[in-house]
Design a protein around this ligand. Structure first.
Ligand code: HMG
Ligand code: MG
Length: 312
């Protein structure tokens, strides 16, 4: 039976994971308007952008301008992906230039549990990537930043197929030992099912407090919510999602949208779990995201809500 936590953190990744995968490049003020709408909906953890190479992800080349303009809201902490020391230096330069009262921003590092995807995504082996994180995690913590880690391809790799649960747990533990406050397990190409999610969690949870882990689902095959339910039953309390179901990794063939935030919040509300997110305001943010990217987004709860209002 489900012995669930009453309070769940919804970690919004749309402005980063979503916009990195859009053909259209949004203007910085439009990104800031979307970030404001998401914060106004009650989301308190929002991944805003990415200090990766602009040659690799041109959509987020304005990371510095985005961080400089982040809307301050009580209780909201943003995050930015930082792949290496150069990325951290770029983030710290913006943070140093901001005035007092600017909102907190965490650094997020990422690597894959499978060698081939890691190589395609960051041009390094897993060991080289972990070694390079030595120049990111410690220095970020020393500057008072929180650090999040991602383990991509945690339930399957576009190049290698199945990924061993023990290997995923090993990489996640390394990130936690290196100082990541929380590690999010990424179903990069949306192939995970509850069986695989439980297998990884059952290796980690005996050794790791549940709040130090998160699940990051892409809903490519429609299993993301089933995975959330399984992870809730195992005790997890943080779930990543993207407004409207935006999202995907350009370096993982077949990767499509993240679990839609509206679908996740609809489920959590229905289970009687507290998220602090206002569903109506979230739908307004989803409608804005849809207008900005210029296409109908896949989130089902978003589309149902818009149809009910005659806006679909
Ligand atoms: P590289 O080309 O191997 O880098 O890229 P390098 O170290 O050889 O440097 C080459 C040039 O890039 C140099 O410039 C560096 O200064 C510059 P030059 O001397 O030639 O003028 N450079 C940078 N510039 C700006 N910012 C930086 C930076 N680093 C180097 N941070 C690198 C290596 C990691 C940078 C590259 O492979 C990269 O940016 N990859 C990112 C790919 C990416 O963003 N993927 C999507 C995010 S991950 C994801 O979506 C999965 C997730 O959602 C979870 C899930 O779903 O599983 C998190
Ligand atoms: Mg992702």
């Amino acid at each position: 039976m489900i012995a669930m936590t009453p309070r769940v953190t919804v970690y919004e990744v749309g402005p980063r994971d979503g916009l990195q995968n859009e053909a259209a490049r949004l203007a910085t003020p439009d990104k800031l308007a979307l970030l404001g709408a998401l914060a106004d909906a009650g989301l308190t953890r929002i991944e805003a952008t990415s200090f990766v190479s602009p040659a690799w992800i041109p959509q987020l080349a304005d990371a510095a301008e985005v961080v400089a303009g982040l809307p301050a809201r009580a209780g909201v902490r943003y995050a930015a992906l930082v792949p290496n020391a150069r990325g951290l230096a770029r983030l710290l330069a913006v943070l140093d230039a901001r005035g007092a009262g600017a909102p907190p921003v965490a650094a997020a590092v990422f690597l894959s549990a499978s060698e081939s995807h890691n190589r395609k995504n960051v041009n390094k082996s897993i060991d080289e990537t972990l070694a390079a994180f030595g120049e990111v995690i410690g220095p970020a913590l020393a500057r008072g930043l929180e650090v999040r880690g991602y383990v991509s391809t945690a339930f399957g790799c576009p190049f290698e197929g199945k990924v061993d649960a023990g290997r995923v747990a090993e990489v996640a533990l390394r990130l936690l030992e290196m100082g990541c406050g929380q590690v999010s397990l990424g179903d990069t190409i949306g192939v995970g099912t509850p069986t695989e999610v439980r297998a990884v969690l059952r290796r980690l949870l005996p050794a790791v407090p549940a709040e130090r882990l998160a699940l990051h689902g892409h809903d490519t095959r429609g299993t993301a919510l089933a995975n959330v339910l399984a992870a809730l039953e195992e005790g997890l309390t943080t779930f990543d999602a993207a407004v409207g179901g935006l999202g995907g990794c350009p370096y993982a063939p077949g990767a499509s949208g993240n679990l839609a935030t509206e679908d996740l919040v609809f489920l959590l509300d229905g289970l009687g779990l507290e998220t602090g997110v206002d569903f109506g305001r979230l739908v307004a943010a989803g409608a804005l995201a849809q207008r900005l990217v210029g296409r109908r987004l896949p989130g089902r709860a978003l589309q149902a809500a818009l149809a009910a209002r005659g806006e679909a």
